[in-house]
Design a protein around this ligand. Structure first.
Ligand code: LMR
Length: 396
């Protein structure tokens, strides 16, 4: 029966990690997948997460409710939406999800169930590779909007495409730390985007995988989202993940929230979210949600988490600067200043596929095929080596 089954090429980001792990060269560097590494290049269990784990010890093995752990949902809702009218007026529906991907998946399914979708979605070009795959797998027609030009956000190209978007479509917005370019709209640009989103009656899905991880402050990183819901009164979906911000990559802990016009509509959206959750994963994963809930609902641990966010975001910022300084010192051909203008986990180098292959073959440096580098993979021990490899590759 499988004679016509196609071979589907593997996901390129996970392939980078696989190839890196298979390389035995001691100089190898992994700047592929977006996973935080400490100054020794090792995965980092956040001190706040360690504290939470010691309090939880054992949370048993029972099912969670379909919509997830209640204290997790209220804690996360308060974290993201505190001081908003939407929260004060009970206009927020929420459901625990399998990290950010699960949140996007539930958002897309709920939009369809709520008869709030025309089956079209707009994403940026480039974007996180899973956006296109995910929405296509749910039979959305995916449209790509230009996003990056001359090493910066292509505001004009983006706005032109936004103004021509099909009314009633969904649009994925990166709340902060655009993946993969690291280039976010300014606040003034966000305001213009919000105005066109309203005019064209588009439904924003805020992919919010980096809240707090980007700048060290959840509120600062959520600025665009809060502007849309508070200042413009726009209904939105928000896909949240604790992979990056609490280092809970493997726990698959996230949440989808819908901000609606009324408490009655929020009740309906909650019922839809439960329905689509049940139909897909039945009920969500328990352990990670206990960790997040404990961090958010315990003031001392939450204080520690605030420090952990600063530790991660400032180390990445310092590495951006070091990489840039080193490329300038080497007088590497090209303008490398975008590296220090971009923000978040990723840097966009703009080197060619041939150069990416050369970096891998000659220097054992592993990066995404888009030329994106995960800055978190750099540290004081490898940043000079990495810069030397870039320098010699672009001179080649
Ligand atoms: C990335 O963009 O590298 C991460 O979000 C990992 C992933 O799932 O792609």
């Amino acid at each position: 029966v499988f004679e016509s089954a196609p071979y589907i090429p593997p996901d390129l980001i996970f392939e980078v990690t696989k190839n890196y792990l298979a390389d035995s060269d001691p100089k190898k560097v992994n700047v592929g997948a977006g996973t935080y590494r400490d100054e020794n290049g090792q995965p980092w269990v956040l001190p706040s997460v360690r504290m939470a784990k010691s309090l939880i010890a054992d949370c048993g093995h029972e099912y969670l409710p379909i919509a997830g752990l209640k204290s997790f949902r209220t804690g996360v809702t308060e974290l993201v939406f505190h001081d908003t009218n939407a929260l004060r007026n009970d206009c927020i529906a929420s459901c625990q999800s399998l990290s950010g991907t699960g949140a996007l998946h539930l958002a897309a399914l709920a939009l369809k169930k709520a008869n709030a979708s025309n089956g079209e979605v707009y994403i940026t070009d480039p974007t996180w590779s899973n956006h296109e795959l995910l929405f296509e797998s749910l039979d959305f027609v995916v449209h790509k909007m230009p996003y990056y030009k001359n090493s910066a956000f292509d505001f004009d190209g983006y706005m032109e495409s936004l103004k021509a978007a099909i009314p009633g479509s969904a649009i994925v917005l990166h709340t902060c730390a655009h993946n993969p370019t690291g280039c976010d709209p300014s606040q003034a640009q966000w305001k213009e985007i919000a105005s066109v989103v309203q005019d064209r009656q588009l439904f924003p899905i805020f992919d919010s995988a980096y809240l707090g991880f980007n700048s060290g402050s959840v509120d600062a990183d959520a600025w665009a989202l809060k502007y849309f819901i508070e200042e413009c009164n726009i209904e939105v979906a928000v896909a949240l993940s604790f992979a990056k911000s609490m280092g809970l990559y493997g726990e698959r802990t996230g949440m989808v929230a819908f901000v609606t016009r009324s408490p009655e509509l929020a009740v309906n959206l909650n019922s839809i979210l439960e329905n689509v959750q049940r139909a897909t994963v039945s009920s969500p994963v328990a352990y990670g949600s206990h960790i997040v809930s404990t961090v958010l609902n315990n003031p001392d641990i939450k204080d520690q988490w605030a420090k952990d966010l600063v530790t991660m975001s400032s180390r990445i910022q310092a590495m951006r600067q070091k990489l840039y300084d080193e490329l300038v010192r080497l007088q590497t051909p090209g303008d490398w200043s975008p590296i220090i203008r971009q923000s978040g986990m990723f840097g966009y180098t703009g080197i060619s596929p041939t150069q990416i292959k050369h970096m891998q073959d000659k220097y054992h440096i592993y990066m995404a095929d888009t030329s994106r580098i995960s800055i978190a993979g750099l540290n004081d021990k490898n940043v000079e080596y990495f810069a030397m490899a870039i320098d010699s590759t672009v001179r080649n």
